[in-house]
Design a protein. Structure first.
Length: 721
């Protein structure tokens, strides 16, 4: 870490949203200009700065100083104070008032403006209103710098400065000092542990009520992040003691207060009345809301459609040139006599054909139909196979920039007679709640999904709970159609679903390539080398698939030798070897890179899991563009935390997608994640080629492990009540 003092010559780039800055600083000691980059709020050319940072070399722009912290050196002499004020830093002060201030307060002028603004009215030309304006301008200009310095001193990254300042305003530092735990609730991304460290620096007691309440909210949030709708009171008390040195008595008091304040809901567990279940308020409301809405749907009488099985078959044959099977025909007929139905089944069982057939029948009856899916990729795939418009659930509901607001709801329902949702196993509790609220009581709701796949990334296990409740008409498609019976991928998916080892026998036709392979390798580093070689040469040359767009590596985890982090670096080096021009956390993005968007961004209309390709990078403007299926979305370099490389992604992130070729490493290093439904989900992402590589032992463990981690939810029970 080095320290440089100098005057700011010019600002090359400034992001008003997060204060990321690129500027030229003229160093005092050497009189040489230095390029500095980092977060610097409200700086202006001419200011004297002391900057601490580290040198780094940009491939195009050369040596730069990466800012770790900075402070403004306020002028101390009368001449420098005068120049400072005349440069326009403080609004409401013209040349005449500057002269009057200097004459009155001399070298104490800045101190008076900051600490004793009431004295300003003693200066000719400054009344109470003008004094208030000068004081407010000074505070606004310097408050954000004080906040940044405070955050730096307490180990919080300065990239949060703008968000905190927008939330708390000029009094941000005092607000945080009074209750630092507010940060963990009010500012997304700042974790409890970082806030707790600030509190300890401020000598806040470990059993301060504010700390205990924040700790409990954090623990409940951790359970929700793991997919649970509620957590057990006993487990919360245990973790409070073991992890945060909070006594059981104090923790119980805090739970009671939080429940009284409406932050959480505590109920007796449906499964065990002796156990208290602790819910975040929003998840409790959502789970209850889903149950009540479903029961309301089921109570509405169905209008008889006036069409029989022969007419249904004739219409499907006419529209799709498909003769529905007896199993499909039964579902088609029943769909006309129920307000809510669920269709589930594995690959090759005709779910997509059934969706197309349902569309044809309801169109024949003159009904308005909406098709939706949880992700952009799933919606695009649904649109491709049905040849009808399909949209994401978020877009369908008119989700605003704030995730808890939806334009479509009970007061403004969807204009549709039939709503069909594909990949319904991916829909979490909160989104299902808002979706059901937006579906009119006059509509038919059809949920389609493979319940054996991994559950949603968000909390809950909604589709499985709905099926297990047995109050919703559910059709499980079991027959594998003849064309699908010829696919080793489909056959092996069903074998894995039953816990049977895949069949890795080669095709009986010598000139025909197989679609399903297993390469046994027990060394993780060798697995990485083989994956790189498969993507770079063997698969493109043998099967003709593109190494970037057509091949997707799916792995159970982020960390480790065969996690997404290391695999992405290895694949990028080989598949896109040009110099990195957009840095992110020690790695870099390059034009042509395959990238994934990591969180819902309603302003950009890009959602968690969307995959695109970097089309261009403008290093001078600190901006890159990503092509999402023909739609270009721009990102400032300061927003790169929203992107990651996507040559390799987790199995969870792949849900709702299909890829021409899939490579899946499976090793004992993934022991905690070796589950049958995870392996099943991974291989069903492949359309034409699946390659498993790793150890036989890991494969056997995954096949035998048919007890995926239980998610705590009460939806099935609530549907019975």
């Amino acid at each position: 870490m080095i320290t440089i003092e100098g005057h700011l010559e010019r600002i090359t780039y400034y992001n008003r949203e997060n204060h990321f800055t690129i500027a030229r600083l003229k160093a005092i000691k050497t009189n040489n200009p230095v390029t500095v980059i980092g977060f610097m709020p409200a700086v202006k050319p001419g200011e004297a700065l002391k900057i601490k940072g580290t040198w780094e070399t940009h491939p195009k722009y050369g040596q730069q100083l990466r800012i770790n912290s900075f402070e403004v050196i306020l002028p101390a002499t009368i001449d420098t104070i005068k120049k400072y004020l005349e440069s326009g830093f403080v609004k409401g002060i013209g040349p005449k008032i500057v002269d009057a201030l200097i004459d009155r307060f001399k070298n104490r002028t800045l101190e008076v403006i900051e600490k004793e603004p009431e004295k300003l009215i003693a200066v000719k030309g400054i009344g109470k209103a003008k004094a208030a304006q000068i004081s407010a301008s000074w505070k606004e200009h310097h408050a954000i710098r004080s906040l940044m310095l405070f955050l730096q001193e307490n180990g919080i990254t300065t990239s949060y400065t703008a968000k905190i300042f927008r939330e708390y305003g000029e009094d941000a530092v005092n607000i945080i000092r009074n209750d630092p735990y507010r940060l963990s609730n009010d500012i997304p991304g700042i974790g409890f542990h970082a806030v707790d460290a600030i509190a300890q620096n401020l000598n806040i007691a470990k059993e301060d009520p504010k700390r205990i309440k924040a700790c409990i909210i954090y623990l409940i949030g951790q359970f929700a992040a793991d997919g649970h709708i509620f957590s057990c009171e006993e487990e919360i008390l245990k973790r409070c003691g073991n992890l945060f040195a909070i006594t059981q008595e104090k923790a119980m008091d805090a739970l009671t207060v939080l429940a009284d304040e409406g932050e959480i809901v505590i109920e007796k567990s449906f499964d065990n009345p002796e156990v208290n279940a602790v819910y975040p308020k929003n998840l409790h409301e959502a789970e209850n809301g889903i149950a009540n809405r479903i029961k309301a749907f089921l109570s509405v009488p169905v209008t008889l459609p006036g069409i029989d099985s022969k007419q249904i078959t004739a219409e499907v044959v006419k529209k799709l040139a498909i003769n529905p099977s007896p199993e499909q025909l039964k579902v088609l007929h029943e769909a006309l006599f129920h307000k809510v139905i669920i269709i589930t089944g594995g690959p090759g069982t005709g779910k997509t054909t059934l969706i197309r057939s349902i569309n044809a029948v309801f169109e024949f009856l003159g009904k308005q139909i909406i098709l939706a899916a949880p992700t952009g990729r799933a919606a695009r795939r649904l649109s491709e196979v049905t040849r009808r418009e399909a949209t994401t659930i978020h877009k369908l509901l008119g989700c605003s920039l704030e995730e808890d607001f939806f334009d479509k709801n009970q007061d403004n329902p969807l204009d549709a007679d039939v709503v069909i949702v594909d990949e319904a196993s991916m829909v979490d509790t909160l989104i299902m709640f808002h979706l059901l609220n937006a579906v009119s009581m006059n509509s038919v709701l059809i949920l389609v999904g493979d319940v054996f796949q991994l559950p949603s990334v968000g909390p809950g296990n909604v589709l499985a709970d709905m099926i297990n409740s047995k109050i919703i008409k559910t059709f499980e498609l079991k027959k594998i159609f003849r064309q699908a019976q010829e696919s080793p991928i489909v056959i092996n998916a069903h074998r894995i679903r039953k816990g049977t080892a895949p069949d890795f026998q080669k095709t009986e036709e010598p000139d025909k390539l197989s679609e399903f392979y297993f390469i046994e390798i027990n060394n993780p580093d060798r697995v990485v080398e083989t994956i790189v070689e498969l993507c770079r040469k063997r698969i493109p040359e043998t099967f003709g698939f593109g190494p970037v767009q057509d091949i997707q590596v799916l792995t159970p985890m982020h960390k480790g030798v065969i996690g997404t982090g290391n695999l992405n670096q290895a694949l990028q080096r080989v598949l896109n070897a040009q110099s990195a021009v957009a840095e992110k956390g020690g790695s870099g993005f390059r034009p042509g890179d395959k990238v994934m968007h990591l969180k819902n961004n309603y302003q950009k209309e890009v959602f968690n899991g969307d995959i695109g390709t970097i089309s261009s990078i403008d290093a001078s403007k600190r901006r890159l563009s990503v092509d999402y299926y023909g739609r270009i979305v721009k990102y400032d370099f300061a927003e790169l935390e929203e992107l990651s490389l996507a040559y390799a992604i987790t199995v969870h992130k792949s849900q709702g997608s299909e890829y021409p070729a899939v490579i899946v490493p499976i090793m004992t290093q993934h022991f905690a994640l070796l589950q049958r439904n995870l392996l099943y989900t991974a291989i069903t992402r492949g359309k034409k080629l699946v390659i498993l590589l790793g150890s036989r032992k890991a494969l056997d463990i995954a096949l035998k492990n048919d007890s995926p981690r239980k998610r705590f939810s009460s939806l099935a029970n609530r549907l019975h009540c």
